[in-house]
Design a protein around this ligand. Structure first.
Ligand SMILES: Nc1ncnc2c1ncn2[C@@H]1O[C@H](COP(=O)(O)OP(=O)(O)OP(=O)(O)O)[C@@H](O)[C@H]1O
Ligand SMILES: [Mg+2]
Length: 262
């Protein structure tokens, strides 16, 4: 299996001096569901923002589909085939599902007016293609959170995302909605997509995946290998020698979990 995304030795220091990522490396194989688990403030969202072009790292590199890339903005990321569903959803509450779907990609009628009929048609098409039901005419603010999230996922898919990042998607969902989301993620994987999924909850990640854990603390790494680990995954986790260097400084720990569907 090919590696679709690699982040190597990422350093991100915010303007206020907070070190959110240091020496962080992670690799994601194509067509897998890859989970990243870490405690509050561990730097998960920051790393994803770097991959999606919202933040820029001071050090490190990103390799996407075998090429070293500079992702300068979300627009850049989307163009390359990366989509992101944020921890706090980014939809316009007073607009309809269809309007949100095409926001920024508006089909214009007579080059002036928003073509609502076309927007509804596009929404129906994409919704059908991925088997994700959404009501095109309803306003976002009138929909339950699970459906809003589905709109965000569809929006990314409509923009041809091959790699889909979901930042703590289950934190706002009920157990039932979580189950629906997991089925969606499995379906998307079946359709060839790659998914990075951030979570606080190991228990939950286990539902859709085998686990392998390693604990990365700054530039060194202490392994905590789960019993479910396969040899292949072990090789995978040791393929970053920089993460095995001895301790150089003390930074709060980050837990990475590479997960693959069982
Ligand atoms: N824009 C910012 N400016 C300054 N510091 C920030 C900024 N964004 C995040 N931080 C800090 O960087 C660190 C990592 O934050 P981040 O949001 O990436 O963590 P996280 O793992 O996603 O946490 P959570 O589980 O709470 O979502 C935290 O200490 C946070 O306070
Ligand atoms: Mg976060």
């Amino acid at each position: 299996m090919e590696t679709i995304l690699e982040a190597k030795n990422i350093l991100k220091v915010y303007e206020n001096g907070v070190i959110a990522n240091r020496g962080v490396s992670v690799a994601v194989e194509e067509n897998t569901i890859h989970a990243i688990v870490g405690e509050n403030g561990a730097g998960k969202t920051t790393l994803m923002k770097i991959i999606f072009g919202i933040e820029q790292s001071q050090e490190g590199e990103i390799i996407f589909k075998g090429e070293k890339v500079q992702i300068r903005s979300p627009h850049d990321a989307i163009r390359k085939g990366i989509g992101m569903v944020h921890q706090h959803l980014m939809l316009a509450p007073d607009l309809s599902v269809a309007e949100n779907m095409i926001l920024g990609k508006e089909p214009l009628r007579a080059r002036l007016f928003l073509d609502t009929d076309r927007a509804v048609e596009i929404t129906r098409q994409v919704s059908e293609q991925y088997g994700l039901k959404v009501p095109p005419d309803k306003k976002i603010k009138d929909l339950p959170i699970g459906v809003r999230q589905r709109v965000e996922i569809l929006k990314a898919l409509f923009r041809n995302a091959e790699l889909l990042i979901l930042d703590e998607p289950t934190s706002v969902l009920t157990l039932q909605e979580t189950e629906v989301l997991f089925n969606t993620l499995k379906d998307l994987k079946e359709q060839g997509k790659t998914i990075i999924f951030i979570s606080h909850k190991l228990k939950e990640v286990k539902q859709i995946a085998f686990l392998h854990l390693y604990r990365s603390v700054s530039r060194y790494c202490v392994f905590a290998i789960s019993p479910l680990l396969t040899m292949r995954e072990f090789w995978f986790s040791t393929s970053f020698p920089s993460m095995l260097e001895p301790a150089r400084s003390s930074v709060w720990p980050v837990w990475w979990v590479t997960a693959r569907p069982s």
